[in-house]
Design a protein around this ligand. Structure first.
Ligand code: GUN
Length: 284
């Protein structure tokens, strides 16, 4: 029997754990600020979901909308102001940014303590060293799915298809720190189907609709589909779900698999950032 992950249900569990933590706070309420530049339609859908989830968990959320032609210096000075604001505990600048704005410069501008995306080089460095205090939301959500379904990671062969800064690279690191044997594949990888077939944990995060075929799946593998491809027929993943489901022991659908976990982990990161900032302020 294949387990088809209900990401919504899992996300609700995590969101209610966050809501309980927020409910126990006596002082300030954790606040997340999402900055969006330009009007990318998919980004707007994502951030609407993020705001709603924040409010339901009892977090304060604010959205800053900036026009696509915003100068980088203006964006950076908005971020510096958020860094200084003691009411703000989490800052997320939605990606992709319009052309002309450097996402690395933006990531460097965010106070590492408020970087709920884990994109600041200091936090990326901590992630590489295995002592991140905040982990990238989607990658952390994938680990949460595996852990909450008792998928063994230690000693397992994990194949990550995709090497993005936001998902592929951090996920490979998180799996490595959990003692998986990790292979990272990308567009220049030779013999991709054969490598994929060696995976006990197969993760697809490339953004190519249904690229992973059923024949690429090892019998009994855990298959995690991070793809979010918007086609005319709707949202589809990177895995050919109908073909893969017959072989996998566990699989995430698209939509309704990893996606809801990303938001839940963002809420968790915001309360973690809040707790660390407040405790540093108390001991200062
Ligand atoms: N755009 C798509 N996913 C993400 C994410 O995890 N963080 C940010 N900042 N932008 C995104």
């Amino acid at each position: 029997m294949t387990t088809v992950i209900d990401g919504q249900k899992l996300a609700l569990e995590i969101r209610s754990e966050v809501a309980e933590r927020v409910g126990r706070l006596r002082s300030r309420t954790p606040k997340l600020v999402v900055v969006i530049v330009g009007d990318d339609a998919a980004s707007r859908i994502y951030i609407r979901g993020k705001r709603r989830a924040c409010e339901r968990a009892g977090l304060v959320s604010e959205q800053i909308d900036l026009p696509a032609e915003t100068a980088e210096s203006e964006l950076l000075s908005r971020i510096f102001a958020l860094n200084r604001d003691p009411e703000v505990h989490g800052i997320l600048v939605q990606l992709p940014l319009p052309p002309g704005l450097d996402p690395y410069a933006v990531a460097r501008a965010i106070d590492p303590a408020k970087d709920v995306d884990c994109l600041h080089p200091e936090n990326v460095g901590r992630l590489v060293q295995g002592n991140a205090h905040i982990k990238p939301c989607t990658a952390a959500g994938v680990i949460e799915i595996l852990d909450r379904h008792d998928v063994p990671i230690e000693g397992s062969r994990a194949v990550v298809i995709g090497r993005s800064e936001i998902v592929g690279k951090p996920l490979a690191l998180l799996l490595l720190h959990r003692h998986a044997t990790v292979t990272v594949c990308h567009s220049r990888t030779r013999d991709l189907p054969e490598i994929a077939r060696s995976a006990e944990i197969l993760i697809a995060a490339v953004g190519r609709p249904r690229m992973v075929e059923g024949s690429w799946i090892k019998d009994g593998a855990a298959v995690i589909d991070v793809g979010q491809n918007r086609l005319e027929e709707g949202l589809v993943g990177d895995v050919d779900f109908d073909a893969a489901v017959a072989r996998a022991s566990l699989i995430t659908p698209v939509p309704g698999g990893v996606g809801p976990l990303t938001i839940a982990m963002l809420l968790r990161n915001t309360i973690e950032a809040y707790e660390q900032i407040e405790s540093a302020a108390r001991s200062a």
